[in-house]
Design a protein around this ligand. Structure first.
Ligand code: FE
Ligand code: FE
Ligand code: MG
Length: 168
């Protein structure tokens, strides 16, 4: 008997559990990519208010990594397997990201805001999907969505600060 057989905690999930695991794995791929995008941008970013931006990017990297952890744990709890390779992240990703060609602080902020907005839309749709199916995953995704909303706000405010300095 596999460890996920006869588990009431899995049986209470309404709808197709495998379909749900696939959706969570897409988010899992995107969280690793978001983590890496923030982690790398924090090292590469150049320009005014750089020190402040680096602190925010590093904090967000940490939080995206926590999201990946939450998603992996839930996928396993549901009897699934988190994507096994970075190659699988690339094949499964939803939002992904465009590699930074420009390390200037404004371009970095805009690129990361785009990523957050894609994540917000994805998690918001996922909540609608989960609403009448799985309260445990719903609660977890709601928590992640709140973080992404905060990330968008933080980056947007930094971008505003930057453009105020420049008088644009
Ligand atoms: Fe995230
Ligand atoms: Fe985020
Ligand atoms: Mg923040």
């Amino acid at each position: 008997m596999s460890s996920s057989e006869n588990r009431v905690g899995i049986a209470i999930v309404k709808g197709d559990v495998n379909e749900l695991i696939t959706k969570l794995n897409q988010a899992y791929a995107d969280e690793w990519m978001a983590y890496y995008q923030y982690w790398l941008c924090a090292k590469l970013v150049e320009g005014p208010i750089r020190v402040q931006v680096i602190a925010e990017l590093e904090e967000h990297a940490k939080q995206e990594h926590q999201h990946a952890t939450l998603l992996a744990d839930r996928i396993i709890q549901l009897g699934g397997i988190p994507l096994l390779t970075p190659m699988a992240w690339e094949q499964t990703k939803g939002c992904g990201y465009d590699a930074t060609k420009n390390a200037y602080v404004q371009a970095v902020l805009e690129e990361n805001i785009k990523g957050e907005q894609c994540a917000i839309r994805y998690y918001n749709e996922l909540l609608v999907y989960l609403e009448d199916k799985d309260p445990v995953t719903y609660d977890m995704i709601l928590h992640i969505l709140a973080d992404e909303v905060e990330h968008e706000e933080d980056l947007t405010k930094l971008l505003h600060d930057l453009t105020s300095i420049k008088g644009v």
